[in-house]
Write a new protein. Structure first.
Length: 151
């Protein structure tokens, strides 16, 4: 599914939220053929975490923040410190509202990642990767940093 095809299939409020996530500086991994992908994974890299969204269909999606440790596989994270699974509108909004990792109230306790984040290697190929434009890579950091302080 190309962005144009996906946009035509999405309700406007979900399309807007997905575009807000992409505007935050997330990289996009389109897994499978462009015309009929098996999954769409979006990821935002922090120094010690990765914020993720795994989309297999637009009825129920999963968002998460995974600790990096030595390395994290964005297609199969082992642990998370936060996860939300549900209808796309609520899930994408929850991700957009997730606290900056350095915020004092940000989630930090690790637990096993939900299975819905896993995209099997066989389902990943072919893969199209779209990195955020250079000026967008730190947008999420700057936006969430405004709320980092507890006043």
């Amino acid at each position: 599914m190309t962005e144009t095809t996906a946009a035509r299939c999405l309700p406007p409020e979900i399309e807007r939220l997905l575009l807000d996530v992409l505007d935050d500086g997330f990289a996009v991994y389109c897994c499978g053929p462009k015309a009929a992908p098996t999954a769409l994974v979006v990821a935002y890299e922090w120094p010690h975490y990765v914020d993720l969204v795994a989309i297999r269909d637009f009825d129920r999606i999963t968002a998460a923040r995974a600790p990096k440790h030595d390395n994290v596989d964005v297609f199969a994270p082992k642990t998370v410190v936060w996860a939300y699974q549900g209808p796309p509108q609520q899930t994408l909004q929850a991700l957009l509202n997730l606290l900056h990792p350095q915020h004092p109230d940000a989630p930090r306790d690790e637990y096993p990642a939900p299975r819905s984040l896993v995209v099997r290697r066989a389902d990943q190929r072919p893969m199209t990767v779209r990195l955020p434009p250079p000026g967008r890579t730190a947008v999420r950091d700057r936006r969430l940093a405004r709320a980092r302080c507890v006043c």
